[in-house]
Design a protein around this ligand. Structure first.
Ligand code: UT7
Length: 327
């Protein structure tokens, strides 16, 4: 049966590490509060020259190297991001340029923390139609560029990173993407958003002074919706494939908060040893969080052929979604 398979994965982070102790010198917070409320200990923060497209390119290059595929063989590049280098061109086009992927077309998906799951879903649909196509699905963010470093409610949460997966078609038994599930609810946009920078509230001196180009979040409300939506869409994916929670070998939820991940896994009845968590070292990297975790699991040998992997995302919009993969 023809399915979309992941031929290679890759990830990239900036050089600089910002610890909770470092944050104690920036805002009124503590390592104790951040660790116990979120599970985060440190995160990577970009410095000069590191951008969403350069991180995405590095992650993509690593996925191509793993697959033994040349940039010129790539047909399509999809980048999930909420922190593009520029409004125009799209980040995918810049990745195409940096990689030298001269035969690819490229575009961005704007679905916040669900960006990678959305990108992978779109890639899956294209591969279903053209199994020989090679597609890069990427999640890349420089959240540090849209973080209000005076707002302790949000600045302790985010980090910068990129992750990529190169996909194509295969007839290798049951291997590949089994199903994809996407959802949105635009009615709840005000719980997690960036007020300025778009046509409603264009860039201005006032906007910059109020730091209204930065992420605003009603954390408590988002928390409740995240737990509910992540649980429901994971159950939807299990049901669609007539699988039970105990069939899942590795559950990779969006890394927003260790308490959210624990609660969702409990509700799904997936045991803690089968939940991938790396939020301690990265913080919340939005669309990059799932592909970075997938790449770590892949490179560390945690994933074995035939394993059942469940990706589960939630973010601003709201957007949420799941992808079930037979590795
Ligand atoms: O990635 C997209 C989706 N995003 C998410 O899923 C994030 C969902 N939300 C969360 O993860 C949590 O709501 C947060 C981690 C953002 C906040 O945790 P919380 O347990 O919901 O804390 P809270 O907002 O209810 O704040 C509790 C207290 C408040 O003080 P009072 O009013 O009780 O005196 C805050 O002012 O903690 C205070 N607080 C802090 N204290 C020290 C908030 N931020 C900090 C901080 N350091 N950084």
């Amino acid at each position: 049966m023809n399915r979309t398979v992941i031929l290679g994965t890759g990830a990239a982070v900036p050089n600089k590490v910002l610890t909770n102790k470092d944050l104690e010198t920036i805002v009124d917070t503590s390592d104790e509060w951040i660790s116990t409320r979120t599970g985060i200990k440190s995160r990577y923060i970009a410095e000069d020259g590191e951008t969403t497209s350069t991180l995405a390119t590095e992650a993509a290059r690593r996925s191509l190297d793993m697959a033994g595929v040349r940039p010129a063989e790539v047909d399509m590049i999809i980048v999930g991001t909420t922190s593009p280098d520029m409004v125009m061109p799209n980040t995918g086009a810049l990745v195409q340029k940096h990689l030298g992927a001269s035969n690819a077309f490229a575009f961005d998906v704007y679905a916040a923390c669900s960006g990678f799951v959305y990108a992978l879903t779109i890639a899956d649909k294209f591969v279903k139609e053209n199994p020989e196509k090679k597609i890069l699905a990427i999640g890349s963010e420089l959240l540090s560029s849209i973080t209000d470093w005076q707002d302790r409610n949000t600045c302790v949460l985010f980090g910068d990173a990129a992750g990529a997966a190169l996909v194509s078609g295969s007839n290798d038994g049951e291997r590949g993407i089994l199903s994809t599930h996407l959802h949105s609810d635009g009615c709840l946009w005000e719980l997690l958003y960036i007020p300025g920078g778009g046509c409603v509230y264009p860039p201005s001196a006032e906007m910059a002074e109020k730091r209204d180009y930065c992420i605003r979040m009603h954390g408590n409300e988002v928390y409740k919706h995240a737990v509910r939506s992540l649980t429901e869409v994971a159950q939807e994916a299990l049901l669609a494939n007539q699988l039970d929670p105990e069939d899942v070998d590795l559950f990779i939820p969006h890394q927003a908060n260790i308490r959210i991940m624990t609660k969702v896994a409990e509700r799904l009845k997936i045991s803690p040893d089968r939940v991938y968590m790396n939020i301690e070292r990265y913080g919340n990297t939005s669309s990059a969080s799932i592909p970075v975790a997938l790449d770590e699991a892949n490179r560390s040998g945690r994933l074995k052929p035939g394993d059942l992997v469940l990706l589960d995302a939630f973010g601003g919009g709201f957007t949420w979604g799941a992808v079930m993969i037979r590795w």
